[in-house]
Design a protein around this ligand. Structure first.
Ligand code: PHE
Length: 453
């Protein structure tokens, strides 16, 4: 692809961008992580806090990333260089690109499990889903090829380009995802005993809230919207000036939040109806649900539908993770899109192998490797890149946009395509992005670091 800005690819339509960006946001974070974090943090009160975080922290920050991306028409490194070339700020862009590679490396492993469970989960004995899952993820000959397949799908979508690949795939996949979720919800809420799950999920008990729950809500909101590593800078860079960033970004946040809330509605009624424990942790989806599916009518069908849905959601997220890195190589080097996608994807696959082996496949990567209070390669990677690096990236990017580039310049960018963004709305956004976001994000970071030391 030519490097001249005029020739840079763009999204074919608003709906194409919204679907692709929502596809990035919606993934394992919504369907696997949101329900188990909600379960661990007491249910409905956590959900209320999560919604407040989305509205008051993530949404203003999302507009900052989109404005920076469209203004520069560049990847995260190029976007920062366009404003502050040859300064240490460029390291923030580099951090984004690195974070993309490393999150993708272990995210691809979990996505591979989901993909495998479309087929394998169906043959799991109904009474022993936990043991089955443990042996499933411990077998290198299962998990490495599954991760490989998943990376191949991801690479081939990214290699064929923004409009041809990502947008076309999202247009087909996202509506299917929504329909599948609704089917599973219908099955779940019509089970006898589902009411207790609805109560847990929808009736808040604020006595369960403490500082840890607030931080968990903030962190989850952040991860779920793909913020803090330049995914929205990159996707914003493919938008024309006529696009209303506020409306498009608003839709993305709305879809992402809606899918997370629907995922909870899909899981909690079933878990309670089956007399299971909602605070089961990361295994909730992979261990509890197959058991739940196995013990209900049409269970194998519902299970296959569910893991198909989880794989589709994960794929549109892995595409965005790879796209951040590929856009860097396409913009900043002479590499073609195809070459970048295959080389970066292949490298990421290799980086992912130790994560794939960290669930029993290798004793060293599973048990012996310990760092920052985490045990096992995958957990360490998730802590460094999925937690600390995302929070750090977002803290630095919110400061960069509002104080270095300048809130005024960002407002002017947002106003292109959004005539109505004036007066009070501008004042409110400036206040949030200059003060509220950096302070709250700093709180997440400090909380995460202190919480594990
Ligand atoms: N938001 C994605 C999810 O919910 C994960 C992700 C994080 C994707 C950061 C891109 C960047 O699964």
């Amino acid at each position: 692809m030519a490097t001249a800005t005029a020739d840079r690819e763009q999204w074919g339509s608003r709906i194409g961008f919204v679907l692709a960006a929502a596809g990035s946001a919606i993934g394992l974070g919504n369907i696997w992580r949101f329900p188990y974090i909600t379960g661990e943090n007491g249910g409905a009160a956590f959900v209320v806090l999560y919604l407040l975080c989305i509205a008051f922290i993530c949404l203003p920050y999302l507009f900052a990333e989109l404005a920076l991306g469209r203004n520069s028409q560049k990847n995260p490194v190029g976007a920062i260089a366009a404003i502050k070339a040859r300064t240490p700020w460029m390291l923030v862009g580099a951090l984004c690109v690195l974070t993309g590679v490393f999150i993708l490396s272990y995210y691809g492993v979990v996505a591979g499990w989901a993909f495998g469970y479309i087929f394998k989960g169906l043959v799991a004995p109904a009474t022993d889903a936990g043991t089955y899952f443990a042996s499933f993820i411990a077998d290198p000959w299962t998990v490495i090829p599954l991760m490989g397949f998943f990376m191949l799908f991801t690479i081939s979508i990214v290699a064929s380009g923004v409009e041809q690949g990502i947008e076309r795939a999202s247009k087909v996949l996202m509506p299917i995802l929504l329909v599948l979720i609704l089917v599973v919800i219908f099955r779940s809420v019509t089970l006898p005993g589902a009411g207790a799950g609805l109560e847990f999920y929808l009736n808040p008990d604020f006595s369960k809230v403490d500082g840890g729950v607030v931080l968990a809500a903030l962190g989850q909101a952040f991860f779920s919207l793909s913020l803090g590593m330049g995914a929205m800078i990159t996707y914003g860079s493919y938008l024309p000036k006529s696009e209303n960033l506020l409306v498009s970004g608003g839709y993305v946040a709305l879809f992402d939040t809606a899918i997370a809330l629907l995922a909870g509605l899909m899981i909690f009624p079933a878990v309670f109806a089956m007399g299971q424990n909602p605070s089961e942790g990361p295994a909730l989806v992979f261990v509890i649900l197959p058991e739940v599916f196995g013990a209900m009518p049409l269970g194998s069908f519902v299970g296959a539908v569910f893991f198909t849905l989880l794989s589709i959601a994960a794929l549109t997220s892995t595409v965005s993770l790879l796209e951040v890195v590929v856009s860097y190589f396409v913009d900043e080097t002479s590499w073609s899109r195809k070459k970048s996608a295959w080389l970066v994807g292949g490298f990421t696959f290799l980086v992912g192998v130790p994560s794939a082996l960290s669930q029993g496949g290798s004793d060293f990567f599973t048990n012996q490797l310990q760092l920052f209070g985490q045990t096992g390669f995958l957990n360490i990677m998730d802590y460094i890149w999925g937690n600390v690096s995302l929070a750090l990236g977002a803290l630095l990017l919110s400061i960069f946009v509002s104080w270095v580039w300048g809130a005024d310049a960002a407002v002017r960018e947002l106003q292109q395509g959004a005539d109505g963004f004036t007066g009070m709305a501008v004042a409110v956004w400036r206040f949030f992005v200059k003060y509220v976001c950096p302070l709250f994000i700093a709180a997440i970071l400090v909380g995460k670091v202190l919480g594990t030391i």
